[in-house]
Write a protein that binds this ligand. Sequence first.
Ligand SMILES: Nc1ncnc2c1ncn2[C@@H]1O[C@H](COP(=O)(O)OP(=O)(O)OP(=O)(O)O)[C@@H](O)[C@H]1O
Ligand SMILES: [Mg+2]
Length: 701
Amino acid sequence: MLLLQKIKLNNFLSHSETEIDFKDKFSLAITGRSGSGKSGIVDSIIFALYGKGRVDNRFLIKKGAKVAKVQLTIVDDNITYRVERTVDNKGKNSLEIHIKDGDKPWKSLQVSGIKNIQEYLEKQILKCSYTLFVNSVCSPQNSTDSFVDQPASAKKDLLLQIASVDNLEEYLKKTKEKLSEFETEKSNNESNSLIINQSLAIDRQTAANLPTLETQEQKIKAELEIINTNLKQITSQLANLDFKINSKAEKERELNVTKQSIQMIDLEINTLKDEIKKINELDITAMRVEVGDIDQLKSELNGLKVVEKLANEWNVKMMEVMKERPVTRDFDKEIAEINKQLIDLMAYPQEQCPQCGHKFAPKTVDSTSKRLESVLVDTNRARIDYNRGLEEYETKVKALGERLDIDSGKIKALEVDIYNKEQKLVNINNIINTRDLKRITYQEKITSKEAGKSEKESKIMALTAEIQTLITEIMGSEDIKKQEVELNNKKNEIEVELRNVIGSLSLARTAVTRAVLAEEQLKTIEGSTQELNTKIEALILLKEAMGINGIKAIIIDYLTVSLEEKINEVLSKLSDFRIRIDTQKTSADGEKQIEGLFITVINDMGEELDFNSYSGGERVKIAMSIGEGLSSLQKFGWRVWDETITGLDPQMIDSFMEVLSKLKENINQIILISHIPQIQDCIEEKLEIKKINGNSQIVTN
Ligand SMILES: Nc1ncnc2c1ncn2[C@@H]1O[C@H](COP(=O)(O)OP(=O)(O)OP(=O)(O)O)[C@@H](O)[C@H]1O
Ligand SMILES: [Mg+2]
């Protein structure tokens, strides 16, 4: 059972700092004037547990403060939970839960994220949503989330929350998803099996040929071996034949070479014979005549050489004489020029002495004429010397006599002629000295060549005979080649056959391997399908269990009965009404059944009217009974009513107090806020709130 232990408000609504410790069992009336801050305490409980308030959370912060904080401690048997929630003026919320197991130290809840912590709080600790809470355990002033106003399906969900089976829909969805996943897997397995079985049938058929193919392969290989042995023998015979053909060709080549060499020897013998003939036919006398004038030519050359020497000497002397010849000068022209200058001087004007009248030449004229006269004398003297030198030169030239003529071409021709004839003479002497020896040598060579020739002729005879033998032998081996061709053809045919068999064998073996693999695959698939079938069966059961007629239906049936009983128990104390709860209702068109939680109120006349058709006071009684009915099914040990009891007549107030005193027996902690004095009076403990300077405070008596 969940009980309140402590509440602490910081800057929450009109409370700056309010703290209340709750005993395990009490009935408390919170009193105070309107606006003193009573509802603030109830709201702080709702805020702490659900983060919701009468206004946007930011407006829950006490005017002038920055953060509002509520700390609520609740106890569930041995476990204490401390829920701390804050909101700051920027609208940022925080939520922390600390847990204490017995006397052990406090621990923070190991869940992160405000959403996840909230979910933990609602689902694991309270097992109650906000709507259910404000409609059962804690009824705030002016609640807008009335249970009776919720749609039938929502009402049913709220009831399911009580049994903690509100997650069934989610589980059902997951189950359906998993079921469909397994069914798809199963259908995949079936189609895979089909494909594998089809190819397996083909593979098995192919694999069945394996033994026949293996026998065939053996047989062909044996045949091939025999052919190969025969071919080997034929190959060695053919090698022998090849050898003979080659040696025949070799011998034929040798024969040709020998024949050619005989021709060469014949040519050489003929040449040698020609040489001997030439020696025999040589006319030495005629040759000597050709060189007979050699001495005459030599003396002629000597004569010409003497003249040549003299002419050279004359040339040297003439060169010497020519060096002595005076340089040619035109004396007549030089003298005429001087005379002309002298005459020009004489025509020059003379000066006269004024006393004696004597005429005399000017000083410069005088000196020039003297110099010219001296030059004239020198030139005449030079002409005399020149003429004398010229005479001497001509006398020497005369003394040298006439220049000698030399025929250089003839000298050169004579020298060549003499050289050639001297060479010929040496040659003639050489021939005379060697001709006998040459004749003997040539004859000897001829004899030796003829001996070589006869040797070659016998070789030709031998080779011809050998070649003939080989031709006969080769002719006899011709059909070996035919045999080889036939055998090779046969071999090719068998090899093609073998290749085909090997190909088929490979296919058959692959088929065997594939078949084994396919059988294994089929086994695996079969196993997996069996497993899937088991899972599917289980999931179908689970689906049904979570479906409309499953667990939910059982729980709803059980809860609706209990709820109906509880509600009517309270309601019977307050009125003559009673309620009926149905989980199904026929739709307006009568076509289908609608699932949900339908609460029908039946009045004292046995009439069924809509909830909203009842009066305000009647509705309060019904709502309070439903609230108590819902609370009784949960684990809360406390109830809070904030101005719930309004609009009742004095008689009804008495009835309410009667109900309250009955409830006090079963409910540990009761908090009640009411302005009705009788109600306040029937609660022993009072907690008065007063607002002093805008700050709500507890007034202790
Ligand atoms: N953020 C806030 N800061 C300070 N005071 C606030 C804030 N919000 C509301 N109040 C004031 O707090 C006061 C107490 O409100 P509360 O609802 O607790 O009063 P009450 O005692 O329940 O009154 P009633 O008996 O009329 O229901 C009111 O005067 C209200 O105007
Ligand atoms: Mg109030």
